[in-house]
Design a protein around this ligand. Structure first.
Ligand SMILES: CC(C)(COP(=O)(O)OP(=O)(O)OC[C@H]1O[C@@H](n2cnc3c(N)ncnc32)[C@H](O)[C@@H]1OP(=O)(O)O)[C@@H](O)C(=O)NCCC(=O)NCCS
Length: 185
């Protein structure tokens, strides 16, 4: 899939070595780790190692930095990723943002662009995601993008040191095309 996706306010671009500072700063926040599989406490060097693996194509997902500048110059706000290979029938969406920029619609904008690209650029029949049942903001993001809850799962969360109830969400290609006819053309 394309390395750079442009949205009205954001540039989704490949991670760069200089993202390691802000990435480790925000990923270390308990509010982020408590809702994701980000390790907690966040180990020193983990962001640089993750970025290096991403740059070398050694992750099982494509990850974009969510950058708040039109040119993708430097303003790292968070990440959005899509797991799986282009030929996989279902891709898996994940995302997180630094807490200071929550509530501005950025996650919906970034995840929406990745979902559009997944359906436009690959033969994927569906995009899935998992969200903890108490993560109302992320559930709302998925609902705004047309995802529907299709099941439940229990996951262990490292930051909470406890199992957490999660919902499996899915957006089928047909539902996406019905909501985004222009993007589906
Ligand atoms: C979840 C997260 C990505 C949302 O990012 P964001 O940029 O604030 O999301 P958006 O602004 O695009 O949309 C959030 C929506 O949730 C709503 N919302 C936020 N907090 C809420 C709450 N406590 N209860 C109900 N709705 C809530 C917002 O009002 C908004 O909906 P609206 O546009 O209808 O008003 C961000 O909070 C985050 O990074 N959290 C930690 C990591 C995480 O949860 N990642 C996702 C794992 S599944």
């Amino acid at each position: 899939m394309q390395d750079v996706l442009q949205t009205p306010r954001l540039t989704l671009r490949p991670l760069r070595a200089d993202d390691a500072g802000p990435m480790s700063f925000w990923a270390a926040r308990h509010e982020v780790a408590a809702m994701t599989s980000v390790p907690h406490p966040y180990p020193p060097g983990a962001a640089a190692a993750f970025i290096e693996r991403a740059t070398m194509g050694r992750l099982r997902e494509q990850v974009w930095a969510i950058d708040g500048t039109p040119s993708g110059a430097a303003a790292f706000l968070g990440v959005v990723g899509l797991k799986g290979a282009d030929a996989d029938p279902v891709r898996t969406l994940g995302y997180w943002l630094g807490p200071p920029v929550w509530g501005a619609g950025y996650a919906t904008e970034a995840a929406g662009a990745v979902v559009d690209a997944a359906f436009a650029e690959t033969p994927a029949g569906a995009v899935g995601s998992r969200v903890y049942v108490d993560n109302l903001a992320s559930r709302r993001v998925l609902e705004k993008l047309g995802f529907a809850a299709v099941g439940e799962i229990e996951e262990f969360n490292v930051a909470r040191r406890a199992p957490v109830h999660a919902l499996r969400f899915r957006l089928e290609r047909a539902a996406w095309a019905a909501r985004s006819p222009a993007a589906a053309e």
